[in-house]
Design a protein around this ligand. Structure first.
Ligand code: CO
Length: 152
């Protein structure tokens, strides 16, 4: 496993591109997943999407403190309610902002072994998954908020 460099929203336009569906979870994809998990933990993040390390594949990893979730080709299939809270992003250092997201979601995708999974999430986990899925479509949280400095 290896740490990967996290792309910066003002320097890397890869963050604005749309990621491609993963057709096959091969060794290369598994290495990417493992590297993303290591990079997320190293940076003290709760989530990371592949474009944040410069790879335009639909892969996200999330850990809000209850263990890591890997989702390949994630798709939001249900959402309910609304919740507004502060967010940050490893690609947008020094900035926070309030974003309104679904309060509860159901998401489908593949796990690291290529097995189809469906999971329900609420609270911070739902927020983190929605934030990361946005990355796969080139959307950043600053598009959905009034940015504030992290110290304010
Ligand atoms: Co982010």
């Amino acid at each position: 496993m290896a740490l990967r460099q996290i792309k910066h929203y003002q320097k890397d336009d890869v963050l604005r591109k749309k990621s491609k569906i993963v057709e096959k979870i091969d060794e290369r994809t598994k290495t990417l997943i493992d590297d993303m998990i290591e990079t997320m933990y190293h940076a003290d993040g709760v989530g990371l999407a592949a474009p944040q390390v410069g790879i335009l594949k639909r892969v996200i990893v999330v850990d809000v403190g209850e263990g890591v979730h890997v989702l390949v080709n994630p798709e939001l299939i249900k959402q309910a309610g609304e919740a507004t809270d502060y967010e940050g992003c490893l690609s947008v250092p020094g900035i926070k902002g309030q974003v309104t997201r679904p309060a509860e979601i159901t998401v489908e995708g593949l796990n690291r072994d290529g097995k189809k999974i469906r999971m329900k999430a609420s609270g911070l986990l739902a927020r983190a998954i929605c934030h990361e899925i946005d990355h796969l479509d080139g959307i950043l949280f600053v598009d959905k908020t009034i940015p504030e400095d992290i110290d304010s």
